[in-house]
Design a protein around this ligand. Structure first.
Ligand code: FAD
Length: 450
């Protein structure tokens, strides 16, 4: 008998419960369906990563991987008919689109079961709940319950896997350029081992410093599922530094990813609208209206605030941005330019290699003060002092903003104060931060009073 293994964002063979379940069903037919509805929203950076991850998977399945393009509810049943498969195996998908799609596919499959085993998370979204069964809305108690719940040890791939062959495949879709990060299961494990060796032990003190490159950059691998978080948690626990504050802090960050997936599971509408009703009457600018030039300057890294511009250029050049910088640029768009967060979230998803609906859109809501556990709206990040604090020697700015390469040290965060600071084409500030902060607070007070 053949069992279809329909892969989506779990492009690996290790620690993949759905593969073990498919193996129980007989010969495994690994399948990826290129869904035009999803591909259209991916943007060139993520498309390049997806294609490279699929190339890697094609090799690790001894070229048994079958690729089809079309609507999954048509393509998956077609593959079942062509192969005579008795079951279709997936990792449970928990995003709003993924849930709707899987319900359509299950219906279209009729008597052939769509079997969901495991999720892309250590603890599946919807599992961790309060004693009364309600979902958590606040991170800290969620994280305590999540740690208490724990997760099983990673499962190795089946010893005697038999791939089903002889089913026609399409070529992989094309990409506009190479991926910005090394892609595939081996690349994920290599990067992970490197991080464990070099940076885990200092993660708690260095993680907030974009100049140091001290975070794991595992977000890109988690995005495509070339590694599972359960594997990472087991490795952290077994590491010599596994009991340190640094390791605890790293696990907390992995838990944020799980928390946001849980929030999205319980509140699918929060993907694109305020989770928290409190600021529904907030006055925002139309990003295509009066401040269009400002929004473009933000997107292109020409706001005149060096820390913001370095971050936005890092995004464009590398497909990734440091977490501290994500918070500061998001605050700048929402609170200095007064633009509603979904505009920024969309821009991020178009350019981030790790673009993930739950982490991205709830990260934006956290900054905008509209999400769970949100930073209060009145906390406005100061782009200059954030730069001085988290890029103390100015190296991050100079790395990404060549027009400021001649400005030494921390002075680079206020080039307008340096005699020839703006001499090499770096722009004037597009807004006055102090004035826009006051404006943001004024809008906040009137939204609260409404
Ligand atoms: P590390 O510091 O090494 O952390 C390890 C892992 O923990 C990360 O890979 C990630 O999976 C998880 N993690 C860390 N911080 C967070 C967090 N705040 N929220 C959720 N998970 C976290 N993360 C994404 O994976 N995709 C996104 O699209 C995304 N968009 C964001 C948008 C905004 C406005 C903000 C403020 C944060 C966003 N994040 C997103 C979260 C975080 O910035 C990235 O996960 C992190 O920068 C990735 O780098 P890293 O792997 O080196 O992180």
């Amino acid at each position: 008998m053949t069992a279809v293994l329909w892969l989506r964002r779990d492009l690996r063979l290790h620690d993949l419960p759905a593969l073990l379940a498919a193996h129980e069903g007989g010969q495994v037919l690994p399948v990826f369906v290129v869904d035009p509805a999803l591909l259209a929203t991916a943007g060139p950076v993520r498309r390049a990563h997806l294609v490279a991850a699929l190339e890697d998977l094609r090799e690790s399945t001894d070229r048994a991987l079958v690729v089809r393009t079309g609507r999954p509810e048509e393509e998956v049943p077609r593959l079942v008919r062509e192969s005579g498969a008795g079951s279709v195996h997936v990792s449970r998908e928990t995003t709003p689109y993924g849930r709707r799609r899987d319900a359509r596919v299950a219906a279209a499959l009729g008597d052939v079961p769509l079997v969901a085993t495991g999720t892309p998370y250590a603890v599946g979204p919807g599992v961790v709940r309060k004693a009364d069964g309600d979902p958590y809305r606040v991170f800290t108690p969620f994280s305590r319950a999540w740690r208490d719940h724990g997760s099983p040890p990673p499962a190795p791939p089946p010893a005697r896997l038999r791939w089903r062959r002889g089913v026609a495949t399409e070529e992989l879709p094309g990409a506009d350029g190479p991926p910005t990060h090394a892609v595939g299961e081996a690349a994920a494990r290599e990067r992970w081992a490197e991080f464990l060796d070099t940076d885990l032990a200092r993660y708690d003190t260095a993680r907030d410093r974009p100049d140091l490159d001290a975070t794991s950059q595992m977000s890109v691998h988690l995005k495509y599922g070339t590694i599972h978080p359960r594997t990472m948690l087991a490795d952290v626990a077994a590491h010599p530094a596994g009991r340190t504050e640094a390791a605890r802090r790293y696990v907390t960050e992995l838990c944020w990813r799980e928390f946001y997936a849980d929030v999205l599971w319980h509140h699918p509408a929060s993907a694109w609208s305020d989770l928290n009703d409190g600021l529904r009457s907030m006055a925002y600018e139309d990003p295509a209206g009066t401040p269009a030039a400002h929004v473009r300057a933000w997107e292109e890294g020409r706001t005149g605030y060096p820390f913001v511009d370095a971050a936005m250029r890092q995004l464009r050049e590398t497909g990734w941005m440091h977490n501290r910088a994500r918070m500061v640029v998001a605050s700048f768009l929402v609170k200095d330019l007064h633009v509603w967060w979904p505009h920024g979230a969309r821009h991020f998803l178009a350019h981030l290699a790790d673009g993930d609906l739950a982490s991205n859109n709830h990260g934006w809501q956290w900054v905008a003060g509209t999400g769970t556990d949100a930073a209060p709206y009145f906390r406005v990040f100061n782009p200059v002092s954030q730069g001085e604090r988290f890029d103390p020697a100015g190296d991050y700015v100079r790395r990404h903003v060549p027009e400021l390469a001649h400005v030494p040290g921390a002075a680079v965060h206020q080039p307008w104060r340096v005699p020839d600071g703006l001499a090499h084409g770096y722009p004037e500030r597009i807004v006055d931060h102090a004035a826009e902060r006051a404006e943001a607070l004024r809008r906040y007070e009137s939204a609260r009073a409404a």
